[in-house]
Design a protein around this ligand. Structure first.
Ligand code: IPD
Length: 266
């Protein structure tokens, strides 16, 4: 395994163990962020601190960008992009769908220009370790995985997420409502990282979400791409990112349907 991937898997797995242990104790909200429903727990912070320390000890010249702490530049040209708990609301409620997500990218912190090198997403409650290194394929618990090949949108399982801002969420719901009748069905796990890994493993056929943050998708998008997904990070409006990952067989059909649903909603 390449050195960066090995470190990503090691620190994500350590973070996952800590999160799982803390989940056996009472979990409370430590603070709210962009809205009253955008929460952070003490465990998010503790897991991020652990991962940050481990990375700094192993690779002191690399930069760091995490969801819960200050960003730090480095001199190596590499940056670690970390979500200590993606699916924080699930974690808070005890819903077993939350993940530790660790990626390392080259070339800064803008997904339009960075090159993701390695990533690991641990779906903590399921004990699933998804991993990928650029050009080396994607794995689930060490076994290669690949995307699905649906014949068309009508037989495709869609997966998406919703942001924390009520106005944005209303639009997201309207777009989802327009796509739902055109597809097999729709899932919402509450973790962007898990959504993308489910695309990678063929558990869903098309993912899209507007307004996600780089730490939500940095590792999962590489894992999906390495599993064969068609992936795209674009401008979602109002300066927000739109992330799309689909089985290649429905890439064009889904893109057209999403564009229609979006323009009908705006
Ligand atoms: C959230 C999850 C969710 C997505 C939100 C994200 P968090 O991240 O990934 O699935 O719909 O947009 O903010 O807050 O649990 O780290």
């Amino acid at each position: 395994m390449n050195e960066l991937l090995e470190l990503a898997v090691t620190v994500a797995s350590e973070g996952a163990k800590l999160a799982a242990r803390r989940r056996t104790e009472p979990v409370t909200v430590a603070a709210t962020k962009s809205s009253p429903v955008d929460v952070v727990t003490a465990v998010d912070r503790e897991v991020e601190a652990l991962i940050r320390d481990r990375i700094a000890a192993a690779r002191p010249d690399d930069g760091f960008l995490g969801e819960e702490s200050d960003a730090a530049g480095g001199s190596s040209g590499l940056t670690w992009v970390v979500d200590p708990i993606d699916g924080t609301v699930n974690f808070l409620y005890g819903v077993p769908l939350y993940a530790v997500s660790v990626a390392v990218v080259e070339g800064g912190t803008d997904p339009a220009t960075w090159t993701p090198l390695a990533g690991c997403v641990v779906n903590v409650a399921a004990g699933e370790v998804f991993a990928a290194a650029r050009g080396e394929g994607a794995t689930l618990n060490g076994e290669p995985i690949s995307v699905s090949a649906p014949a068309d949108l009508a037989t495709s399982l869609l997966i998406t997420g919703f942001g924390y801002d009520p106005a944005v969420r209303a639009e997201q719901g309207a777009v989802a409502a327009r796509l739902l009748p055109q597809a097999r069905d729709l899932r919402r796990t509450g973790s962007c990282a898990i959504d993308l890994c489910w695309i990678a493993a063929g558990r869903a056929d098309a993912y899209w979400e507007r307004g996600v943050h780089v730490w939500d998708f940095a590792a999962g998008l590489l894992i999906a791409a390495e599993a064969g997904a068609a992936v795209e990070v674009g401008e979602g409006g109002s300066g927000e990112l739109l992330v799309v990952a689909t089985a290649p067989t429905i890439r064009a059909e889904f893109a057209a349907a999403l564009a229609r649903a979006t323009s009908a909603t705006s």
